[in-house]
Design a protein around this ligand. Sequence first.
Ligand SMILES: NC(=O)CC(=O)C(=O)O
Length: 273
Amino acid sequence: MRIAQLQTHTYQEKKKNIEELGKYLERIQNEKVDLVTVGEMFTCPYNTRNFPVYAEPEGGESWKEFSRLAAKYQIYLSAGTIPEVDEEGRIYNTAYVFDRSGKQIGKHRKMHLFDINIEGGLRFKESDTLSAGDECTVFDTEFGKMGLCICFDFRFPELSRLMVQRGAGIILVPAAFNMITGPAHWDIMFQSRALDNQCYVMGTSAARESSGYIAWGHTLLVSPWGNIIQEMDEKEGYIINDIDLDYIDKVRRELPLLAGRREDIYRLQELKN
Ligand SMILES: NC(=O)CC(=O)C(=O)O
C-alpha cells in the first residue's frame, strides 16, 4: 500500500487551502498512491475564534470538493479536519475520509478537546467554541480496517487500543502540535502508540507558521515495531512511503503483546459503540 502525507501551509482563505490540496494531488498523481492524508484544521487557521466562522455542515462545499478530488484521483483521501456545524449549531473538529469513488467512509469528531494551560507557555481552549464528539472511529477499506482520531485524542491510549481491538491495523491522526508540546511529546507519543498497539500510525501535521498558530510540523509515519519510517521537518511538502500490511501480523505473531494481555485480570471496557 502506498501512502502520501501532505504537510501543507494553512492560508486564511479556506478556498485557497483546498486549491492547494488539488495542486498537490495533481503533482503526485503519477506516483500511484493509494491513500493521501492531510493535517488538522488544514482549511482554517487553528484558532478558536475561527472555528464558527469557517464551519460547514457535513456535505458542505469543502466536503463536496474533497469527495470530488478523491474520485478524480481514485484515492482514499483522509481530508485532515475542518470545523463542522450540526443542525443544532454545535461546532466540532471533524475528520472525513473518502474512498476511491468519493464516498464518505469515515467520520470522526474530536473527542478530547485541546484545553491546556501551560504556565509561561501555551494556553489553548478548544471548548470555548467546540463541542466534543463521542464515538471511536474505525472504518473498512480494501486494505483492511483503519482507525481515525484527531491530535489531542491520540494522547489518550485507551482510544487507540479500542480502535485496535476493533481491528484497525493503521491509525490516521490529523494533528497540529505546537512549539511547546511538539519537541517534548510528538515522536515519543507516536512511537509509543505504534509500539503498544503493534500497528502503523500516521501523524499528519500542518507546516510551521500556519497563519498564526505555530505548528510543530514533523509529519511522520511509524511502523508496528515502533520505529519511525520517515519524518518531515517543519517545512511544507510531502512524503510518500510503501507499507507492508503483512508486517502487522508478523510483529504481532513474533512479539505477542496483544495476544499476551491478561484479560482475566484487566480489560478495556467499551461503554458506547
Ligand atoms: N492540537 C491538539 O489537539 C493537541 C496538541 O497540540 C498537543 O497535544 O500538544
